[in-house]
Design a protein around this ligand. Sequence first.
Ligand SMILES: Cc1ncc(COP(=O)(O)O)c(C=O)c1O
Length: 344
Amino acid sequence: MKTIKVDLRSDTVCKPTAEMLEAMMKAEVGDDVFGDDPTIILLQDKIAEMFGMEAALFCTSGTMTNQIAIRVHCQPGDEVICDKLSHIYLYEGGGIAVNAFSSVKLIDGNKGRINAEQVKESINNKNDIHNPYSKLVSIENSMNKGGGSIYDFNEIKKIKQVCVENNLKLHLDGARLFNALTETIETPKDYGKIFDTISICLSKGLGCPVGSLLLGTKEVISKAKRFRKVMGGGWRQAGYLAAAGIYALENNIKRLKEDHKRAKAIGEILSKKKFVKEVYPIETNIVIFELPDTILALDFVAKMQEYDILCVPFGKHLVRFVTHLDFTDMHLEYFKSCMNTFDI
Ligand SMILES: Cc1ncc(COP(=O)(O)O)c(C=O)c1O
């Protein structure tokens, strides 16, 4: 059989379209360290206005925006409360310790989503010298390790209430917030009212080659700019990349529904296969499924490669597929036809 390359390892793998590249080529740029790149200013103002927040900062990656937020909120000896599957804990190189000299209190949530009661129970007694100071709560929406699961906004409001009552800051890792927003009734402004800081990735479902945005108050973003510089993240004529971000915010949000539809189609195909134990509920563009104890995720991924289909092991018996802009109906048809014969 003639193979077609299908890359479902992540939504980060998609390449800019011709239209996006054209917008990048036309960008008017300046020097962002001097603060005079007009396209970056436009992008930052645009996202701040979308979320009804005071200011934004364009950064290289979601890891950088998350870590800068944590660094702004936490001092040495503080503690971050988050789910045990959080990206900030699992996949950012121990950045909470490296950048903010802070500790982590992990919660065992529901597919990566924590609730207000769990947050309340995780807050340390600040008068007990044995404890780190509870300072920040961080949630992820949609939740990558939870299979792209979406938070119930009412629960987020309850978490906020606990934060307010206990003087805690609230951060959102919204790497894929627009995927969650596509499937729910809330608006970016609803989120802007609740969170102290929000990180948004442009280089995932939105299809940009690189870039993330951190949102917060003017004061927070002014501190964030300093930490970005310390991390080596002052980036000169990055307006070419900001132009891709503006293009994505204007053109690539609505189409996320298509990625979600194709993810559901993958889930349906998989759920009928005898080598699949369980497919996580599919709410957005991420498909996670569990293999039986006799099959290793690594072996499954290697076997898929024989068909030129790429995916990632997400645990000993867990596999993840992520749909995105470059995964079209043609690729889905090819995936379907491979699955007719695939066995392990
Ligand atoms: C939920 C989540 N947060 C943050 C990040 C970090 O983004 P970046 O790869 O741009 O550092 C990722 C990356 O996949 C992610 O999935």
